[in-house]
Design a protein around this ligand. Structure first.
Ligand SMILES: *Cc1c(COP(=O)(O)O)cnc(C)c1O
Length: 341
C-alpha cells in the first residue's frame, strides 16, 4: 500500500476518488455475485427507471480509524434494514442484510489506506446506492437493478469546536407529503428539498427547517437531519409519517434513556420551541449539530435556544457518549459496532 498525501484534517464533505467500489447486479429475478471495480463511472441504459421515474435509494454510514488502531463501522445492519424498507416503498428488490454488510466490510477493507488517521477527526464515508437500471418507458418498476457502494474520506464536521447553528423554517416548500416518500431514503426527497435549502443558505442560515406539510403546525425535520429537543430531563423527538427514520436519532434515544432521561416521540408544535432548553439536528454527518435558534420569518418569530451559541450540557453528553462508542472508547453495550478484522 502506497502512502497518500492527503491533508486529512482539512478535508471537506466532498467526493475524492479511492481505489475500489463494489457492485452487485439484480438480473432475472436474483442478485448476482459481488464484483470489485476500480471504475468511477457506471454504464446504464438511457431508459433506465432511475433516470426517469426516480427508482433510486441510497444510504450513508461511516467507518472510523480508532485510537486502538482498529477500524470500526457503526450500525451497518440498521442501514441494511432501512434500505430494505426503502426498497419496499418504491418497489425495488431487497438486498439481504448479510450481503449488504459483506459488501460494506469489503469496500472498507479494499480502501483501507483512505481511512483517515484517528488524530485528524476525519472518517471514511460509505455511500451505498441502489438504482433501477432496466429500461422502461411506461411507468413501471424496472426488472434490472444495480447496487453499488463507494467510499470517500470526509473531514471532521466540527472544525474549531462543537458549536450551535441557526436554522430557518421554510413554509413555502414541502420536502415530503404525509403519506409520501419522506420515510424512505430516496433521491427524490432531496430534489424536492434543493430550493428550500438554497433559500435557507441565501438567507445566511445553516439549514432549512420543515414543518409537517399538512397542517404546518408540527416540527418535521431539519434538511437532512432529524430534530430533537430537550427539556425537563426529557429527550423529545417528532413522531411523523414524513420524516426519515434517522439511525443517529434512534441511537440517541437509547443513550438518553441509558442516561436516565425520559424519551418522548410525539408531535411537537413549533411554539413548543419556546420552552426547549436545548435542541439539535442529528444524523451521520455531524452526529449532533446543536441549534442556536430557529427563525420562523413568516410568523415573525425567532426561537432562541442557545444565546451564546454553545451546545447544552445534555447534547454534549449525548454527543460524547455516541462518539465514544463509535471510536471504541465507551463500552458497546447495545452491539452497535462492527470491528473490522
Ligand atoms: C439520512 C437522513 C437523515 C439522517 O439519518 P442517519 O441515519 O442518522 O444518518 C435524516 N434525515 C434525512 C432526510 C436523511 O436523508
Amino acid at each position: 500500500m502506497s502512502e497518500l498525501n492527503i491533508d486529512w484534517a482539512n478535508l471537506k464533505f466532498g467526493y475524492m476518488p479511492t481505489d475500489y467500489n463494489v457492485r452487485c447486479y439484480f438480473r432475472n429475478g436474483a442478485w448476482g455475485e459481488i464484483e470489485v471495480s476500480s471504475e468511477e463511472s457506471i454504464n446504464i441504459h438511457m431508459a433506465a427507471t432511475c433516470l426517469h421515474y426516480g427508482q433510486e435509494a441510497f444510504e450513508g454510514l461511516k467507518a472510523y480509524r480508532c485510537k486502538d488502531g482498529k477500524i470500526r463501522i457503526f450500525r451497518m445492519e440498521a442501514n441494511a434494514e432501512r434500505l430494505q424498507s426503502t426498497c419496499r416503498g418504491i418497489l425495488m428488490p431487497e438486498l439481504s442484510t448479510e450481503k449488504f454488510c459483506e459488501m460494506v466490510k469489503k469496500v472498507v477493507k479494499l480502501n483501507e489506506r483512505f481511512i483517515p488517521p484517528y488524530e485528524s477527526g476525519a472518517s471514511l464515508y460509505i455511500r451505498p446506492l441502489l438504482i433501477g437500471t432496466g429500461a422502461q418507458v411506461g411507468v413501471h418498476p424496472a426488472n434490472e437493478y444495480l447496487f453499488v457502494i463507494f467510499v470517500t474520506p470526509v473531514g471532521p464536521y466540527f472544525k474549531g469546536g462543537f458549536f450551535a447553528n441557526p436554522y430557518v423554517v421554510i413554509r413555502e416548500y414541502d420536502r415530503s407529503a404525509p403519506l409520501g416518500t419522506g420515510i424512505y431514503k430516496v433521491g427524490g426527497n432531496y430534489a424536492a428539498s434543493l430550493l428550500a435549502n438554497k433559500k435557507a443558505h441565501d438567507l445566511g442560515y445553516a439549514c432549512e427547517f420543515y414543518l409537517d406539510a399538512k397542517e404546518k403546525k408540527y416540527i418535521d425535520e431539519a434538511g437532512a437531519a432529524n430534530f430533537f429537543g430537550i427539556k425537563n430531563n426529557t429527550y423529545i423527538t417528532p413522531k411523523s409519517t414524513s420524516i426519515l427514520p434517522s439511525i443517529t436519532n434512534k441511537s440517541l434515544m437509547q443513550l438518553a434513556e441509558d442516561l436516565g432521561l425520559k424519551v418522548e416521540r410525539r408531535q411537537i408544535p413549533i411554539e413548543e420551541l419556546e420552552t426547549m432548553e436545548e435542541a439539535g439536528a442529528c444524523g451521520t454527518a455531524a452526529v449532533i449539530s446543536p441549534i442556536s435558534k430557529i427563525d420562523d420569518l413568516e410568523m415573525n418569530k425567532s426561537y432562541v435556544i442557545s444565546k451564546d451559541g454553545k451546545p447544552g450540557p445534555i447534547s454534549k453528553k449525548l454527543y460524547d457518549k455516541l462518539r465514544g462508542i463509535q471510536y471504541g472508547e465507551e463500552p458497546d453495550v447495545h452491539g452497535w459496532v462492527t470491528v473490522l478484522d
